[in-house]
Design a protein around this ligand. Structure first.
Ligand SMILES: Nc1ncnc2c1ncn2[C@@H]1O[C@H](COP(=O)(O)OP(=O)(O)OP(=O)(O)O)[C@@H](O)[C@H]1O
Ligand SMILES: [Mg+2]
Length: 255
């Protein structure tokens, strides 16, 4: 079964078309990397897939069910770490996570246990500060905790690793690897292609405005070897990405 299926997704912001007829499917149990240059429509797509944005056109299916703004039951089975994090800044970390846990319908005992476990594991036990006073990486850790607290079946993570320290990233990767081994699905964006190459089984690469240019299995990199595209062999994700999205060499004489 596809955990995520997108058909002809279009999202316009006024006159700007951010996603232009995107179609793709992600099988359940996949660590999926959704890649593309800045401004290519990744966050917009994640917004549409999680109900944060209203698509202009197209269909979305999550876990085999049609998804739209009213899909409350389905939303309880989904977790999201949006690009903008979605934190409620006046709260402290434990207050915010407890609020999110209750919103997802967890009982009080479960909320208490999970908030404590997440804050301990992510080293966010300093409760003297509100989220507004947290560092960038600490805020990101809280947003990650909020995405997973209800143990969803599909997890959407928009640049989850960027600005998290190496120990934090290692822990998150360990959790995510175990999570997909249980048959659940991660849909993540990242610009750190080395991380994506090591972590993800499959990637989609989009170009501006939100058009699929390549989707495939990347587990062959480093094992059987290269992926062939356009008659060229690519032995790593970065050269393939640059080939598909356009590498630029610009010489600034004054720099
Ligand atoms: N609220 C908005 N209003 C108008 N245009 C927007 C809005 N949000 C995004 N856009 C435009 O939509 C396009 C896609 O943006 P989006 O944030 O989805 O890209 P992205 O692939 O996530 O980029 P990045 O890698 O920089 O995060 C861009 O041209 C952007 O300027
Ligand atoms: Mg983005």
């Amino acid at each position: 079964m596809d955990a995520v299926r997108i058909t002809n997704l279009v999202k316009k912001y006024g006159l700007v078309t951010a996603v232009d007829g995107l179609s793709l499917g992600v099988a359940a149990g996949t660590m999926f990397g959704f890649l593309g240059p800045n401004g290519s429509g990744k966050s917009t797509t994640i917004g549409c897939l999680t109900g944060l944005l209203d698509p202009t056109a197209g269909q979305i299916e999550i876990l085999g069910h049609r998804f739209d703004a009213d899909s409350a039951d389905l939303k309880r089975r989904m977790g999201v770490m949006p690009e903008t994090l979605g934190l409620f800044e006046p709260l402290r970390a434990h207050e915010f996570l407890a609020f999110v846990g209750r919103m997802y319908g967890l009982d009080e005992g479960t909320v208490r246990t999970r908030v404590t476990e997440l804050l301990d594991a992510l080293e966010l036990t300093d409760s003297s500060k509100t989220l507004a006073d947290y560092s960038t990486g600490m805020r990101k850790r809280v947003a990650f905790a909020a995405a997973v607290i209800h143990s969803p079946d599909v997890l959407f993570l928009d640049e989850p690793f960027e600005s998290i320290d190496p120990a934090g990233v290692a822990l998150m990767k360990e959790w995510l690897n175990r999570y997909v081994k249980q048959g659940r699905t991660v849909f993540l964006t990242s610009h750190v292609l080395e991380t994506v190459e090591r972590l993800c089984q499959e990637v989609a690469i989009i170009a501006t405005p939100g058009k699929l240019v390549w989707q495939g299995d990347i587990t062959t990199f480093g094992r059987e070897g290269a992926i062939v595209y356009d008659g060229q062999e690519f032995d790593a994700l970065e050269p393939l990405f640059l080939h598909l999205t356009g590498e630029r060499h610009v010489d600034l004489k004054w720099l």
